[in-house]
Design a protein around this ligand. Structure first.
Ligand code: CA
Length: 437
């Protein structure tokens, strides 16, 4: 579990002035990684680190000779077109690079002249999915989401008996994962009305979001070698925001007995900036279980996981309709929640995923599942917020939404703030629903 160190010092400031305004997601205490290039430039994709409203171009910084010693290998690994190599080097290497960047970007750093020539404005950048994602697994770690959804699909039996014992997940699809800014066609699929004799195939009429976090795997594990709970966090590189777009009319007809399939795999959007577990060290939270619930089995349990296995990350989902866009209206909030409400921690996801010897590889992505909190305003999918479409949401401009309509844009945001620590954020995860083919 990463410890607090000098890179988290709230007293640190940067010679990049926009990093010091107290509002940015990217102060010098954050230093998240992305893969970027200048918009429309045809330049090579390469790794970058956010500082204020700029990006440190890691390929340029390596070429300028900014990095030495233990920071050199991870900087070279991060300068390529994906972050897989950096992720695979493990947490010590990523930490050495973070320390070098923290030192070089500090007010008064001797590296200022060399590094200032390597800055690209974020406003001029475009991004790519930060890693080549070999495998994507989506978990279901919010008991509140599982209960709310279960009530709609199985009113008599909302929470299945395995939920409180096993971190539920399924293997998703990586080919349709896109980066923030993604737009996708409303999917077709089979849907069957409860009173109909047969299903029909048509564009989904119940397009929904799922506000999740994505966990990028760093150094993986060999096939056949489980990762114990004490080692699990050393296999995590960092976290992003994730929107698991869902077709709620396709899902109930297809999901039994093998789980989600075409209702989920037509698009998944992630934010470009991967916030490292080390950057999140000041925002740890205890992992607790309600008194009357079963405690996790020993392989999913440790003192460290109980003390600080959770993460205190504020999460927000917002919507902007085409009419709002025309009116110049800002996106309106749908939900505000916190990752700390999850029933299973990130470490427990890794340990459970590998308990059978399944190998995780650098750049694999684990979704947390929809991170709904205990109250309705913390529900992170429309199916919960509108009670299955029965109670549409009233938007500030008088429009209503039961489900997403064509042209609707959904924005996810995430940030951490605590007394004694510098606020850090995840940037945005934005996606838009286009009309069906
Ligand atoms: Ca999901």
């Amino acid at each position: 579990m990463p410890l607090l160190n000098e890179t988290h010092d709230p007293g640190l400031t940067s010679w990049v002035a926009s990093a010091n305004d107290g509002r940015t997601d990217f102060p010098i205490q954050n230093l998240p990684f992305a893969v970027f290039r200048r918009q429309g430039s045809g330049e090579a994709w390469r790794g970058g680190v956010a500082i204020g409203d700029r990006i440190v171009d890691l390929a340029a910084a390596v070429a300028a000779g900014v990095f030495t010693d233990e920071a050199l290998a991870p900087a070279r690994a991060a300068a390529g077109s994906t972050l897989n190599d950096l992720m695979g080097l493990g947490p010590k290497s990523a930490s050495a690079l973070r320390h070098a960047l923290s030192k070089g970007l500090r007010t008064g750093a001797t590296e200022e002249a060399a590094l200032s020539a390597c800055l690209v404005p974020q406003a001029q950048a475009e991004y790519q999915v930060p890693a080549r994602i070999g495998d994507y697994t989506d978990f279901y770690t919010s008991v509140h989401h599982a209960t709310n959804i279960g009530k709609q699909f199985r009113p008599d039996n909302p929470l299945l008996p395995n939920y409180k014992w096993v971190p539920i997940g399924y293997h998703g699809r990586s080919s349709s994962i896109g980066v923030s800014g993604q737009s996708f066609r409303r999917p077709h699929g089979q849907a069957k009305a409860p009173d109909a004799d047969a299903p029909v195939v048509r564009p989904s009429q119940r397009m929904d979001i799922e506000l999740e976090m994505g966990v990028f795997i760093g150094a993986g594990n060999a096939l056949g070698e489980p990762v114990g709970i004490g080692e699990a966090e050393s296999r995590i590189f960092g976290l992003v925001l994730l929107n698991d777009w869902s077709a709620r009319d396709i899902q109930p007809w297809e999901y039994q007995p093998l789980g989600p399939f075409l209702a989920k795999n037509f698009a998944t959007t992630v934010s470009p900036w991967v916030v490292t577990l080390e950057a999140l060290a000041p925002f740890r939270a205890p992992f607790t279980r309600p008194e009357n619930d079963p405690q996790p089995l020993p392989y999913l349990s440790s003192d460290a996981n109980r003390a600080e296995g959770g993460l205190d990350i504020q999460l927000e989902a917002l919507i902007q309709t085409p009419v709002m866009r025309e009116q110049g209206a800002a996106p309106a909030r749908l939900a505000l929640t916190n990752y700390r409400h999850a029933y299973w921690t990130a470490a427990q996801m890794v340990t459970h995923h590998t308990v059978n010897g399944c190998n995780l590889q650098p750049g694999d992505l684990l979704g947390t599942g929809t991170l709904s909190g205990p109250t309705l305003d913390q529900a992170c999918a429309l199916i919960e917020l509108t009670c299955g479409g029965k109670h549409p949401i009233a938007l500030p401009n008088g429009e209503q939404r039961a489900w997403l309509e064509d042209g609707d844009t959904v924005v996810l945001r995430g940030w951490c703030e605590r007394p004694g620590a510098t606020r850090i954020g995840f940037g945005e995860c934005v996606g838009t629903v286009l009309p069906a083919v």
